[in-house]
Design a protein around this ligand. Sequence first.
Ligand SMILES: [Zn+2]
Length: 325
Amino acid sequence: MRYEKETKPWTPKTSLGKKVMSGEITSIEEIFKKNYVIKESEIIDYLVPNIEDEIIFIGGMPGKGGGKKRTPLRITTRMHQSGRKRTLHALVAVGNKDGLVGIGYATGKDALSAITKATTQAKLKIIPIRRGCGSWECECRGAHSIPFKTQGKVGSVKVRLIPAPRGIELCVAPEIKKIIRLAGIRDLWTKSMGQTDTRINFVMANFNALKNLNKLKTTPESIKTTGMTEGPNKAVTRPEPAKEESEPKETSEPEKQSKEKETPKDTKKEEEEKTKKQDTKTDTKKEEKDTTKKEDTKPETKKEQKETAKTKKQEDKPTKETKKE
Ligand SMILES: [Zn+2]
């Protein structure tokens, strides 16, 4: 899915996409000012070329010495006539490390499809972030923290973000650090209450707190004292090298060469993605492994299935032990 999108040139469908393509809108700040609704993720790719994405770990499985070990995807199973069917849930954060952040949530039958869906959703829900120095201990008026305290809430989880002086760094839960870093904030204190073990609520409460920064009305004096800035500080340059790539494609001979060169790269990408999938699969429980094996042997009767499963289990166990030894 991912490599198809990269190879295909973007043809905008919405009116906003056409305006961006024609050059009427040249920056993402214009979109925020005029309150346009973004319905194509390619708009973000076009206007913010230096965007990065990161998977937030929301899954859990029992750890080695008790407690929970976090896994990238949450897996839920439901019973069906043909056996157990599972759905994968992914939560992805997107940002440019300079005042732009979005979070997306999606489900899928496959790890790759769930993650790609979540990244596109995250790009659609991107917001500008107010930064500044609201700490009375610092008063440097830089954009290293947030300009004032905020709160966010989802379900029972309440989160409070507090501006910190320079050098404190992020006093934040490890998974939330990914979001705060993508937002471009370097120093922050946080306080959380409620059931923070429900990861999706916890993450979205933090995102809501960042959203609520934009709701407060400000005066010119408050902007001066906190050094507040909204959105990206550095001017985002449009992707000019993309045009240079498109020009040689028009000629006939280099086109073939480039295609020939590109194909092995794509296969490499696919291989990498496959390996990623395998890694995620290995993280899942042993039971699910057995279910996949059962699905492979569908034509047999139920009794035979049970017998085969038992024999497979017996076969698997000694091999694993030998590997460990
Ligand atoms: Zn400061």
